[in-house]
Structure formats: C-alpha cells, structure tokens
Design a protein around this ligand. Structure first.
Ligand SMILES: NC(=O)c1ccc[n+]([C@@H]2O[C@H](COP(=O)([O-])OP(=O)(O)OC[C@H]3O[C@@H](n4cnc5c(N)ncnc54)[C@H](O)[C@@H]3O)[C@@H](O)[C@H]2O)c1
Ligand SMILES: O=c1ccn([C@@H]2O[C@H](COP(=O)(O)OP(=O)(O)O[C@H]3O[C@H](CO)[C@H](O)[C@H](O)[C@H]3O)[C@@H](O)[C@H]2O)c(=O)[nH]1
Length: 329
C-alpha cells in the first residue's frame, strides 16, 4: 500500500516524502512541477501532471494501491491571490474537488491536507486555537477554508476522513543537506534574508515598522519543515488507526518579529547586509502565533527543532551549499 503525495516535489511536500521514505513507506507523487522540482524527490514514483487532469488521476489510482493521500498541491501566494482569484479557486478548490472525486471512485477514504494560519485572518487573540474565528482576509486563505469545509461535507456524505493541518510559517531545510526551500519567486522572509546574507539581494526589506508589536514589526511563529513533515505522518497514522476527522494548528507557540529574525540571521551567518524599512504589505496580520496543544495531545506531535537558531541554521546550510537552489551550483 502506498501513500499518495500531491505536490510532493514542492518545499514541504519533498520534506514529507523524505520522511515517509525514511520510514520505509511506499510513495507515489503527483506534481505538475509548476513550482516544484523533480530533483527534490529523494525517491518514490512521480506522475508528472496536473491534479485537475481527471484521466491522469484515474490512471494513478488504478495503477497503485493507495492507502491514504497527503495533499500539498496548491497555489499559495497571498498577494497573487488578490490579483488573480480565478487561479486560486481553480487550482486550490477545483483541484481538491477533482482529487476527492477520484479518491471516492477508488474507494480511498483518508486524506491529510495543508491548510494555513491564513484561514484565521486577523486574530482576535494569540495564541490562536482551532476553535477561534476563521475569517480570512485574502483569497488564498478563503480557498483553504473552503477546502476544509468541502472535506467536512465529503466526510459526512461519503465517509472520507480528513485531517486539516493549519501551518504557521514553515522554514528550515532537511538535515541530510539534499533538499531545502527553492520557491521562484521567493516571497518568504527567512530565505529572502539569507539571499541578502549571500549577497544575492542588495538588501532585505522590512514590510512595516509601525505595527502594534514591541518593535513595530510583524510577529510570526516559525516551524521547522521537518517538524511539519512529522506531523503529516502522525496524522496519517491517526486516520489509519481509525481516528476521526480533525483540524490542527502547527506552530512552535513562540513569536519572533521581523527585526528579531534579521538579527538571528546575522548571528547565525556572521554576515551583515542592508535593511530597508518599507511600507506595510497588504493583508499582513500584526501577530500570528499558534497554540498547537491539540496536535500535541491528540496526535502526540512534538516539534524537535523548535529553536529559531536551529531553524535558521538548517536553512542557511541549504542556501549556502545550494546558492542557486535546485539549479546548477
Ligand atoms: N510554506 C508555508 O509557509 C506554508 C504555510 C501554510 C500553508 N502552506 C501550504 O502548504 C502547501 C505546500 O506549500 P509549499 O511551500 O511546499 O509550496 P510549493 O509551491 O513548494 O509546493 C506546492 C507543490 O504543488 C505542485 N502543484 C501545484 N498545483 C498543482 C496541480 N494543480 N497539480 C499538480 N501539482 C501541483 C507544485 O508544482 C509544487 O511542487 C501548500 O498547499 C501551501 O498552501 C504553506
Ligand atoms: O521581504 C520580506 C518578506 C516578508 N516580510 C515579513 O515577514 C513576515 C513573514 O512573511 P512571509 O511571507 O515569510 O510569511 P507570511 O506570514 O506572510 O505567510 C505564511 O503564512 C501565511 C499564513 O498567514 C500563509 O500560509 C503563507 O503561505 C505562509 O508563507 C511578514 O510579516 C512579512 O510582512 C518582510 O518584512 N520582508
């Protein structure tokens, strides 16, 4: 029996595939490589193609005995989602519909999927708990919430059990040194600062220093990508063990401001670089910090790489050794 990983050639997907392989699981991946990299797959069988290709999905389910699905494939740029909502509803919502339809036809009834802190919008309090109000402030977050709601109905009507994992800010790279973060274009804070440290960017911009936070810059909860990968495996085990559908936050429960992250990068890399204070980025909540108590209690999840220094150091090793990402180095 294999685990199907959609978007397995992406950043979080490839780290989860690595973890599945290290535990001796059989892995099948579907990825259209729109933002993923075939080189990031340390093994498994890749179907290069699109989730919305119903014929390909039917073929994949016919050719493999799939026990459960881990669903990463999506578009996830907040800014782009506010310019091109059609793209986001089409890929995220319609793509998920195609997947659920194919799962139902193949009688596969377990799915773990990537949700996001963006489902909450501007939180009323931190740390955020799963029962808090979900009121997305952008199309991306809305499509993820819609996907969660679809799953709930597909569970009620068709018995497809799901675990939605609401990640906070994924960062870091695999300890083996072979895989890491390579988004093009890159929009995430830590890799952008590391590119500035490498001299690949002239500076790092701080998007707003007038927020209602201790130093005026936005506060986020950074979680190591391999800790996220672990949570996916636990969620699969939960469903295989007969566990019920559920929603979990995944974060470390500690917030760091943009300025604090910049200081840590300077400390870890020993490099200096210019910092430019820029206007706020539209749609950024001031503070996002997770309560992950539920994942710890129900799934038995315990992040192992929870120090910001370690998260940044692992990302730095990847960027320093692969300055061109998966391109030629
Ligand atoms: N990176 C984060 O901090 C973060 C935070 C919260 C949630 N998420 C969610 O986690 C998931 C993975 O994020 P990531 O950072 O690894 O992104 P990523 O872009 O690196 O990975 C997504 C993968 O899905 C593939 N893909 C996209 N649409 C597809 C389609 N229609 N058919 C087949 N393959 C398709 C891409 O080629 C890519 O390999 C996404 O769903 C994202 O919304 C990410
Ligand atoms: O060049 C930059 C890039 C980012 N930031 C700031 O750094 C913080 C982190 O930004 P990221 O883009 O790294 O991450 P986000 O918090 O915006 O987004 C992450 O969390 C979201 C949930 O809120 C989504 O899930 C999204 O996919 C995921 O990357 C934000 O305050 C942002 O304004 C800067 O100051 N300068």
């Amino acid at each position: 029996m294999a685990i199907l990983v959609t978007g397995g050639a992406g950043y979080i997907g490839s780290h989860t595939v690595a973890e599945l392989l290290s535990r001796g699981k059989e892995v099948v991946v579907i990825d259209n490589l729109q933002s993923g990299h075939a080189e990031s797959l340390l093994g498994g069988k890749l179907y290069e193609g699109d989730l919305r290709d119903k014929e390909l999905l039917a073929k994949l389910f016919a050719e493999n005995e799939i026990e459960a699905v881990i669903h990463f494939a999506a578009n996830s740029l907040v800014g782009e989602s506010m310019q091109n909502p059609v793209k986001y509803y089409d890929n995220n919502v319609y793509g998920t519909l195609c997947l659920l339809e194919a799962m139902d036809a193949a009688n596969v009834r377990k799915i773990v999927f990537s949700s996001t802190a963006a489902t909450y919008g501007e939180p009323k309090k931190v740390p955020i708990e799963e029962t808090d109000l979900t009121q997305p402030t952008n199309v991306y977050g809305e499509t993820k919430l819609t996907m969660e709601r679809m799953m709930a109905w597909f569970d009620q009507v068709l018995g497809i059990k799901y675990v939605a994992l609401r990640y906070f800010n994924a960062a870091g790279a695999h300890a083996g040194g072979k895989i890491g973060e390579d988004h093009r274009p890159e929009s995430h804070l830590i890799p952008l600062i590391l590119q500035a440290a490498l001299g690949q960017r002239p500076s790092i911009q701080v998007f707003g220093d007038d927020y209602n936070t201790p130093d005026g810059t936005c506060v986020r909860d950074y979680i190591h990508v391999s800790d996220l990968a672990d949570a996916h495996l636990l969620a699969v085990d939960h469903l295989i063990g007969g566990g019920d559908s559920n929603v979990f936050n995944l974060g470390n429960g500690q917030g760091f401001s943009v300025k604090e992250v910049i200081s840590k990068v300077r400390e870890v890399t020993g490099r200096d670089f210019p910092v430019v204070i820029s206007p706020r980025r539209a749609g950024d909540p001031a503070v996002l910090i997770a309560s992950s108590d539920k994942a710890r209690t129900v799934l038995g999840w315990k992040p192992k790489r929870d120090k910001l220094d370690d998260i940044i150091r692992s990302a730095w090793e990847w960027h320093n050794n692969h300055p061109n990402g998966y391109g030629e180095n």
